[in-house]
Design a protein around this ligand. Sequence first.
Ligand SMILES: Cc1cc2nc3c(=O)[nH]c(=O)nc-3n(C[C@H](O)[C@H](O)[C@H](O)COP(=O)(O)OP(=O)(O)OC[C@H]3O[C@@H](n4cnc5c(N)ncnc54)[C@H](O)[C@@H]3O)c2cc1C
Length: 213
Amino acid sequence: MFDCDVLVIGGGIVGLSTAYALTRAAPGTRVTVLEKEHAPARHQTGRNSGVIHSGIYYRPGSLKARFAVEGAAEMVKFCAEWGIPHEVTGKLVVATSRDELPRLHALVQRGRENGIPVRELGPAQISEYEPRVRGLAAIHVGTTGICDYTAVAQQLAEASGASILYGAEVTVIDRRPWGVAVRTADGRILRARVLVNCAGLHCDRIARLAGDD
Ligand SMILES: Cc1cc2nc3c(=O)[nH]c(=O)nc-3n(C[C@H](O)[C@H](O)[C@H](O)COP(=O)(O)OP(=O)(O)OC[C@H]3O[C@@H](n4cnc5c(N)ncnc54)[C@H](O)[C@@H]3O)c2cc1C
């Protein structure tokens, strides 16, 4: 009676990497992604700044720090493996006034505790990296990069092996003891054992459709 095992709502990077991870962790799992637009990455994923963040700002020992640091490395590996445009450029964080220096030093400490390569720079070294930048001190964060997240999303969609349905806006969610049934705006009905909500800024609406507060 099931159309698939797992239904994922949202074809941004979170939904598509969820589909990709599921099909790798449990080969044979039938995953369907429902995306209301006519292509992947039409919202936040395809309209962001394209930065691969290093994870330097997050509290050492937190899951956010761990996932950001591991995720940055995985993103570079994924781009290299699939020939997706990317570059590990590094990044400068610059203190331009004395009152910013303590915060800059705290960031050095935090970065090192998170296992990120951080180099402290004086004014002359800053202009070696960026001739047009002036500051009292700076740090160079080695693992920050840039990539094309729309291309990443397209590749995740392809490599996941999931069935991706575009133009499929979920409007009704019916929770049942056996799983879940959803209806789309154009009248399609799909049944699955499990639903994963990856609807980005609309995830609260999806949660409400599913009866959650
Ligand atoms: C301006 C800006 C700059 C950013 N810069 C960076 C950066 O440089 N580096 C970085 O790592 N992060 C950056 N981010 C954050 C990053 O872009 C987001 O965290 C990420 O894209 C979120 O992905 P997502 O899949 O959750 O959401 P989205 O990409 O928004 O995907 C959600 C999808 O769900 C779909 N959807 C919603 N409702 C339904 C429904 N009812 N039925 C079917 N489909 C539905 C939407 O159409 C959408 O495609 C930035 C964010 C913004 C806003």
